[in-house]
Design a protein around this ligand. Structure first.
Ligand SMILES: [Zn+2]
Ligand SMILES: [Zn+2]
Length: 155
């Protein structure tokens, strides 16, 4: 079993990644990731699109244009059980963002950064972990090399 092998809830869609060193591990707070995952955020592992192999006849794609991101994202999921598998964002044509909850074993995963923090639910943003990058918006936006300060939301 590879470190980046995974499958959907019903098991029909599976994937494996040739290179086991992720490009990015992160948390995405964007509105679409929250809606798709049904959770407060989405945990993603970015890998090279050339190196991921996804199999399963039930794989479907739903395209979104983000309320906050304003960029098209092709969201691939299992049409049988509904599990999100990968997001293919047009701003990062070389990357596939694996929805890390579908990994066989995600216990090694420690997110390096959090993106779209300005869309985060107020209770869901803990900026006390200074070794993590916090991006108010996406990684493609200005100043992406240097994460800007994100102030915790206070009432
Ligand atoms: Zn499935
Ligand atoms: Zn997102």
């Amino acid at each position: 079993m590879g470190k980046l092998d995974g499958h959907c809830l019903c098991g029909e869609v599976t994937y494996t990644v040739a290179n086991e060193d992720p490009v990015i591990t992160g948390i995405c707070h964007c509105t679409e990731c929250r809606r798709q995952s049904g959770a407060a955020w989405s945990i993603v592992v970015a890998v090279s699109r050339d190196e991921i192999e996804i199999t399963g006849d039930s794989l479907r794609t739903f395209d979104t244009i983000g309320d906050d991101t304003r960029v098209p994202v092709h969201r691939q999921f299992c049409g049988n059980c509904g599990s999100p598998i990968v997001s293919l964002a047009e701003w990062a044509p070389e990357l596939a963002f694996i929805k890390a909850g579908t990994l066989e074993d995600a216990s090694w995963l420690e997110p390096e950064l959090e993106a779209w923090c300005e869309s985060a639910l107020p209770w869901a943003l803990d900026t006390s972990r200074e070794d993590r990058g916090y991006f108010p918006r996406g990684l493609d936006t200005e100043g992406a090399d240097e994460p800007s300060e994100v102030q915790p939301v206070s009432s």
